[in-house]
Design a binder for this molecule. Structure first.
Ligand code: COA
Length: 339
């Protein structure tokens, strides 16, 4: 395991200054699934914590979702102009070219450096680490980081063991140059992978996802907990100092085990899987955007983020939540599909 750290970054720390999220309007409930799969609402809720997920139709691409989330992040009141765009996705709309330059162009940012990054459901934290590196190296003063996925396209539509788990969405943040002492400064990002276990989650093409669920479950709990411990230690935080645990929303039982292993009480755990399922690289930024909008996350909260995904990959980091004015597009009363 390695780490992209705050130490030595001096005045070139990466500081969170904007956030946004976008979800498709179409809701697929567990009841909708029971109409076509041999499953029950009770089984799905008790094994995963999921009640519904948002699904993108054929007319809503990964690129579209990314643009919507990114536009909101860039419109955040404290956001700044960016010179780089890093887009994490496992489900690009095509093999080539990458999604990020097209998203960048649609945002009116043509000329900014832009590339995709694939690290499964850990992609957003890998992208944060990459963005922090671009800022530390003085390649950019500010970076737009997007996590966008249409994971619902990966399972075989007839596979009851995987279809209920996944949803579609996108989330984005803006990181700007700042100091490590500021609220919003990203802590050390702990990163790791284990390709010897690659076959545990594999999708040779959309519609052909294969997953060893129980083994993935075990690795997810272990890797997310260990990475979180290491990230908290790197920040000099005791686990009792953590105000909010923000775990990748893979399965409510997985995140419950992680919280218990870390000794973080349930009330300090951010969760939205019930409403969105596992949205891959979008999972953490969507979770943070929703929690910031509805008051579960407030300025000064010490937030411990941790994620796990196909690869296998894992990562964790820390951030003290900044004084981000609540993005108007995420405020109460906004259209449900934009929250
Ligand atoms: N409805 C009803 N029964 C189902 C079902 C469904 N949707 N899916 C599986 N089952 C059945 C299985 O066929 C099995 O039946 P059997 O005992 O007769 O063989 C039984 O339920 C138990 O299956 P199992 O796979 O052991 O269940 P589980 O408790 O491990 O839960 C997962 C399955 C997929 C929910 C769980 O393993 C999981 O969440 N794994 C991690 C997945 C993940 O997060 N992936 C992404 C990582 S980023």
């Amino acid at each position: 395991m390695s780490a992209c750290g705050a130490a030595g970054r001096g005045e070139r720390a990466a500081v969170l200054c904007g956030i946004g999220a976008a979800l498709p309007a179409t809701v697929v409930s567990n009841a909708d699934l029971t109409a076509r799969l041999d499953t029950t609402d009770e089984w799905i809720r008790s094994r995963t914590g999921i009640a519904q997920r948002r699904i993108a139709g054929a007319d809503l691409t990964t690129e579209d979702l990314a643009v919507r989330a990114a536009a909101k992040a860039l419109a955040s009141p404290a956001s700044v102009p960016v010179q780089a765009v890093v887009l994490a996705t496992t489900t690009p709309d095509r093999c080539c070219p990458a999604t990020a330059p097209a998203v960048t162009a649609r945002l009116g940012l043509t000329g900014a450096l832009a590339f995709d990054l694939a690290a499964g459901c850990t992609g957003f934290l890998y992208a944060l680490a990459t963005a922090a590196g671009l800022i530390a190296a003085a390649t950019a003063e500010a970076v737009l980081v997007i996590g966008a996925d249409r994971l619902a396209a990966l399972p075989d539509p007839d596979d009851r063991t995987t279809v209920p788990l996944f949803g579609d969405g996108a989330g984005a943040v803006v990181l700007r140059r700042g100091t490590a002492a500021e609220r919003g400064a990203l802590g050390t990002v702990v990163l790791g992978s284990d390709g010897t276990q690659a076959d545990l989650i594999r999708a040779p093409r959309p519609g052909a996802l294969q997953m060893e669920g129980a083994e993935v479950f075990r690795h997810a709990v272990d890797r997310m907990s260990t990475a979180a411990l290491n990230a908290a230690a790197a920040a000099g935080w005791a686990l009792a100092d953590v105000d909010r645990l923000a775990p990748h929303q893979a399965n409510a039982r997985i995140t419950g085990f992680v919280a218990r292993q870390l000794g973080i009480p349930e009330g300090r755990q951010l969760q939205n899987i019930e409403h969105v399922g596992n949205t891959g690289a979008a999972s953490l930024p969507v979770l943070l955007a929703q929690a910031a909008a509805d008051g579960r996350l407030t300025p000064g909260h010490r937030v411990l983020l941790t994620a796990f995904g196909a690869g296998l990959t894992w990562s964790a980091t820390t951030v003290t939540w900044p004084d981000l004015p609540t993005p108007p597009q995420l405020a109460e009363g906004s259209p449900a599909h934009d929250r």
